[in-house]
Design a protein around this ligand. Structure first.
Ligand SMILES: [Zn+2]
Length: 411
């Protein structure tokens, strides 16, 4: 059985038409107008493929291709259709179109698997509405309750519950739809790499072996605010150079003192009162630390904390750390990796095993089932912007590998 390269490319273009903003990129937030239109279009295709469609109370879509043995639990395959603001055409969509292609080809060939296969589209993966990623998959595995959803808010102050209800969903009824270990045999996700490794290594496919864990920390450096003209240098407790020194130490820690796989990023910086002629009283910034080894994440935090203590003593400033988010690294299932390796190697010699620095819905699903991921290259490593691009031939190859892996798992 072979995938249809033209149909795959056409469906990717079709999804890009569902767009909330005409700004050169794709903006399709879950529960918005373009999302609703994309869902309706997708569900129509699922019905044409005679899939049994279920939409859960937070908006995850499941579409089932029935197997011949109803005693067997299903294989899931899918990704997400929501995007960041002014994002690209491929993030999430490649995995959704890949899963649609797998089921289209299976139907065309009257394939009769023993195990059912379910296309799954996770809602609100990007966190574009509420600043929290993977709302759909977290709710699906029981990691995000209706009460917790009520606390999440958009920038405009609407609660997650209000937004879902306005879109016709009933998050308080999610309890009946939560998946537990033993409900799903395996989950496969095809995704763009969103990094530069495959391109650098000149490989067309990646078999993901681990998904990095992360810790997001907010750092606040407090000093003494004062007049920028009348305060001599030797009488200052300026938090800005202290923060600058610490940021330099953070880069040095991740680059030279932990593992090759360790990354640390200071992505936001703010200061108070934020005036050109005032020594700031407070500087805040965030650190995003990621690694596939939890020990390495902890070692990075410990070393940065020690650096902060030293700076604090030397410069007479107070430095506080607050963890605002974390997730554990995930090793993908060896059973599914074996299947995926067989699948990719029967499509191409141009593949490698690799880690994922980005977190995906598959990482959430790993809590309840065996998970596998296939990556296709991102040109220039670019993602989450309109320049995101993966060649049609690489996408088709990824879809073909996905087809081989799904058919082996559900045979
Ligand atoms: Zn994605």
């Amino acid at each position: 059985m072979n995938v249809n390269k033209e149909r795959i490319a056409q469906r990717i273009d079709d999804f890009a038409r569902f767009n909330d903003k005409d700004d050169g990129g794709v903006s399709r937030f879950s529960y918005g107008k373009a999302d609703a239109e994309a869902r309706a279009w997708l569900i129509q295709i699922c019905e044409e493929l005679q899939l049994q469609v279920t939409i859960d109370p937070v908006g995850n879509i499941r579409a089932r291709y029935e197997g011949t043995d109803s005693s067997l639990i299903p294989v899931f395959v899918g990704s997400h259709i929501d995007s960041v603001r002014n994002g690209g055409k491929y993030d999430g969509i490649v995995g959704v179109v890949g899963a649609m292609e797998v089921l289209s080809v299976m139907r065309e060939n009257n394939c009769l698997p023993r195990r059912s296969v379910e296309l799954i589209i996770f809602a609100e993966e990007e966190g574009s509405n509420f600043g929290t990623t993977m709302v759909g998959s977290k709710a699906l595995i029981g990691k995000l309750s209706a009460d917790e959803m009520g606390v999440l808010h958009t920038d405009h102050g609407e609660s997650c519950t209000e937004v879902l209800k306005a879109a016709g969903f009933e998050p308080e009824k999610m309890g009946d739809f939560i998946l537990k270990p033993g409900d799903v045999d395996a989950m496969l996700e095809l995704h763009i790499e969103q990094g530069i490794v495959l391109e650098r290594e000149k490989k067309q496919l990646g078999v993901v072996q681990a998904i990095a864990g992360m810790a997001t920390i907010e750092v606040t450096v407090c000093g003494t605010s004062n007049h920028a003209g009348s305060t001599p240098m030797y009488l200052r407790n300026d938090p800005m150079p202290a923060a600058a020194k610490l940021i330099e130490d953070i880069e040095d820690t991740a680059a030279n003192h932990v593992l090759d796989s360790t990354v640390a990023t200071v992505g936001t910086v703010s200061c108070k009162p934020d005036m050109p002629n005032v020594i700031p009283g407070e500087v805040s910034f965030t650190i995003d630390i990621r690694d596939i080894e939890q020990d390495a994440i902890q070692k990075t935090i410990d070393r940065i904390t020690a650096c902060a203590e030293k700076i604090s003593l030397e410069r007479g400033v107070k430095i506080q750390f607050r963890t605002i988010g974390s997730s554990l690294p995930i090793r993908l299932s060896p059973r599914i990796m074996d299947t995926v390796k067989r699948a990719v190697s029967s499509c191409s010699d141009s593949w490698m095993t690799m880690n994922s620095g980005a977190v995906h819905d598959a990482a959430m699903m790993a809590a309840i089932t065996d998970v596998g991921m296939i990556f296709v290259p991102s040109v220039g490593g670019k993602s989450h912007n309109p320049e995101e691009y993966t060649s049609p031939s690489d996408i088709a190859l990824g879809c073909q590998a996905l087809l081989f892996a799904v058919t082996e798992l559900c045979a």
